[in-house]
Design a protein around this ligand. Structure first.
Ligand SMILES: [Zn+2]
Length: 248
């Protein structure tokens, strides 16, 4: 009875939101309890603000919720070790410089009576609505361009190098420029329309040579060097401009 009174007092003294802390690795992690009558069980979540939030079901209590969070401390440690989510992509506006076919070009936004037009290099995109961030519309446009241009380019190289390809897809990979499956599907990153033509061609040849060797052995690189002598220059460009993929 006394203990019960004590814990009730303690509950009153403690701030409502952060009710406890949990030591995870070297971090003192605030723990929040959120009562949810609809919840069937305890649920633990790490918020972006780095608070362990435990959902407490109707039949549950804080002590059990805390014990539940304690049991999950290995999971929490793993979440804490993850790098924070990448920042939202930078916005593109009138005057922003972007890379197109390997060259820095600036975006020009023109307003006409019929709507807005974004222009860069030889491209022009009609916007149905005025947008403060031009990036989504431009990236959509670049992807469409890539879907039209990249597959025929790859197939031309395939014919020239006499390798077979089952399927070509154009995708938005986050960390690679292309890939080639054992079944013969080659996937190319739409951002290859942003790289110089010789870099785009190198990626096509790189993936096609995996039809001969599914690895990066010395023999594989001999095939690449023979088919595409500028491969080292292209690799250097990709290394120097790797941020193109990381910025998404
Ligand atoms: Zn490879």
């Amino acid at each position: 009875m006394q203990l019960d009174l004590f814990s009730r007092l303690l509950n009153r003294v403690r701030p409502a939101a952060v009710a406890a802390t949990l030591r995870v690795g070297g971090t003192e992690l605030p723990v929040e309890f959120v009562r949810n009558p609809k919840a069937r069980r305890y649920v633990l979540r790490l918020t972006p603000e780095r608070v362990a939030r435990v959902t407490v079901p109707r039949s549950g209590n804080r002590a059990e919720a805390f014990a539940f969070a304690q049991r999950q401390s290995a999971w929490l440690a793993k979440q804490l070790a993850k790098p924070p989510r990448s920042r939202p992509a930078t916005e593109w506006q009138h005057g922003t410089e972007i890379l197109f076919r390997g060259e820095r070009v600036s975006l020009r936004l023109e307003t006409h009576s019929s709507g807005c037009v974004v222009k860069f290099s030889d491209q022009s995109i009609l916007l149905r609505q005025a947008a403060t961030n031009l990036r989504p519309a431009i990236e959509r446009h670049l992807w469409q361009l890539a879907a039209i241009e990249l597959p025929p380019r790859l197939l031309a190289f395939a014919a020239q190098l006499q390798v077979t390809v089952q399927r070509v897809t154009v995708r938005s990979q986050r960390s690679r420029w292309g890939s080639c499956s054992r079944a013969g599907t080659v996937s190319l990153n739409w951002r290859l329309v942003q790289t110089p033509d010789f870099v785009r061609d190198y990626i096509c040849v790189h993936e096609l040579m995996h039809r001969r060797e599914m690895n990066h052995s010395a023999r594989y690189w001999r095939h690449v060097a023979e088919a595409f002598p500028r491969w080292e220059e292209a690799e250097r460009w990709l290394k120097a401009n790797g941020g193109l993929l990381r910025q998404v």
